[in-house]
Design a protein around this ligand. Structure first.
Ligand SMILES: [Zn+2]
Ligand SMILES: [Zn+2]
Ligand SMILES: [Zn+2]
Length: 149
């Protein structure tokens, strides 16, 4: 884990110690590029370091959610959250409702809306999670994909 990781910097700045649990959970989250269920986090953390208990993994996920590093989403099920990484406070994707595939994209163009909301509602906005739903080309099949292009 690099010391220049922005999440590590934020933890230090907020006065949190860099415990094994926090560093390992962060490592697991980052290695998945931002989409992982809590069950998978538990499993991977256990494989890396069995000394880290389930309770501290859950506490760490809770802390990271509070700090805005991650957000829980409920794509495939309402029971086990899938966590997404909030890089720079943003996360944007399109989800195929048929196969649950994710298409991440960087440019959201939401800065203006964000600024306006901040002014109108007098809320200090720190980030957003933008989710679109649709059916991907593979799930639509070749004929439909051709028609719509
Ligand atoms: Zn995503
Ligand atoms: Zn699909
Ligand atoms: Zn954005």
């Amino acid at each position: 884990m690099r010391q220049d990781c922005p999440y590590i910097q934020s933890l230090k700045k907020a006065g949190y110690r860099l415990t094994q649990a926090r560093l390992t959970v962060l490592d697991v989250l980052e290695s998945e590029h931002g989409h992982i269920t809590s069950a998978d986090v538990l499993e991977k953390v256990e494989r890396i370091n069995p000394a880290i208990g389930r309770a501290s993994v859950f506490r760490t996920l809770e802390l990271f959610t509070q700090l805005g590093f991650i957000r829980p989403t409920y794509i495939n099920t309402s029971l086990t959250p899938t966590y997404v990484m909030m890089h720079g406070g943003h996360h944007h994707h399109v989800i195929c409702t048929e196969c649950n595939r994710f298409f991440e994209f960087d440019d959201c163009g939401l800065e203006v809306i964000s600024r306006n909301l901040q002014r109108e509602l007098d809320v200090q906005i720190s980030g957003h999670l933008l989710e679109f739903y649709g059916v991907c080309a593979d799930c639509r099949g070749p004929d439909l994909a051709e028609q719509s292009s």
